[in-house]
Design a protein around this ligand. Structure first.
Ligand SMILES: NC(=O)c1ccc[n+]([C@@H]2O[C@H](COP(=O)([O-])OP(=O)(O)OC[C@H]3O[C@@H](n4cnc5c(N)ncnc54)[C@H](OP(=O)(O)O)[C@@H]3O)[C@@H](O)[C@H]2O)c1
Length: 274
């Protein structure tokens, strides 16, 4: 693994960059400048979502790099209240993002109605058949919900995007996904800044001359998850990407693994319905 443009294989024969840029919670010009800074830094995977209500701003940046479209991996998501209108949601995202196809579309949350999420997934598969989407995946799905897809459509989703950070690793679910070749994308990978003062992370960082965020992002890479840190600051965007020039020792990985608390920061996928 040498850098931001490296890719890993997906179950459907395609590939995804090993590192991405998150687009949650910045808007307008701030978001446009951040995405542009990320692409200039070398990020190739842009993690967007209809729910973030900023795809016009993400699209304004992507339009600046239209000549690089095939190098970029543009991912969006269908929100849980739009499961019955998955095709419309995807088309709206494409319009906002200014792209003629999407590298990946995920169902953002499973919701509590299996029939609805399966219909939405089927709608995404049909868009894939029409070549508007290259890869279909899910986010926040638990293992029984993933097996439901496998039973219904005869194949696993290529991606499951999950909250993964040292304090909430979802190890069993990750192992279940990993055993079937499902790529795990790690959202809130740096815990929205919560490791800045963590003594374990700071001590490891001091040894390598790296910041807490860099140590945590390196931990993700060595665990085989795809981290997608977000920042609206160009210097942090560059900082977060400078994680390919050092390696954590097995004992340091173990110390990081022991930061698990079992407490998720986000919502509960078994009950959240939008
Ligand atoms: N699928 C899902 O359900 C789901 C849920 C949540 C998130 N996501 C995706 O995952 C992406 C990342 O997750 P996230 O945005 O929740 O959290 P995150 O990437 O863990 O953290 C982002 C926060 O950390 C700050 N930050 C970034 N780099 C930093 C650094 N080097 N030092 C100190 N602080 C730093 C940012 O502030 P500044 O912007 O001010 O720098 C921002 O407040 C999202 O943007 C979104 O694309 C997906």
């Amino acid at each position: 693994m040498s850098g931001l443009t490296d890719r890993r294989p997906l179950l459907d024969g395609r590939e995804i960059p090993v590192f991405g840029f998150g687009c949650y919670n910045s808007f307008g010009e701030e978001m446009t400048k951040a995405v542009a800074a990320a692409v200039e830094t070398g990020y190739r995977y842009i993690d967007s979502a209809a729910r973030y209500a900023n795809e016009d701003a993400v699209g304004a940046a992507l339009r600046q790099f239209a000549g690089m479209r095939e190098e970029l991996f543009v991912l969006t998501k269908v929100w849980v209240t739009a499961l019955d209108e998955a095709e419309e949601s995807v088309k709206h995202s494409m319009d906002q993002l200014g792209v003629e196809y999407l590298d990946a579309v995920l169902i953002h949350w499973p919701g509590t109605d299996a029939a609805r999420r399966l219909r939405a997934y089927e709608a995404l598969l049909k868009l894939r058949d029409r070549q508007l989407i290259r890869t279909v995946g899910v986010s926040n799905f638990q293992w029984n919900q993933i097996e439901e897809i496998q039973r219904e459509f005869g194949a696993y989703p290529a991606i499951n995007e999950l909250e993964i950070q040292p304090a909430y690793q979802q190890t069993e679910l990750q192992d279940q996904c990993g055993a079937q070749g499902i790529v795990r994308i790690a959202y809130s990978p740096i815990g929205r800044g919560r490791y800045q003062e963590d003594p374990v992370v700071r001590a490891i960082g001091q040894k390598y001359g790296k910041t807490p965020s860099q140590v945590v992002l390196r931990w993700h890479l060595q665990r085989g998850t795809v981290p997608i840190p977000k920042s609206s600051h160009p210097e942090r965007i560059r900082e977060n990407a400078a994680v390919f020039d050092f390696q954590l020792e097995p004992e340091e990985m173990e110390r990081m693994n022991r930061l698990e608390t079992g407490v998720r920061a986000g919502l509960d996928p078994l009950t959240f319905n939008g």
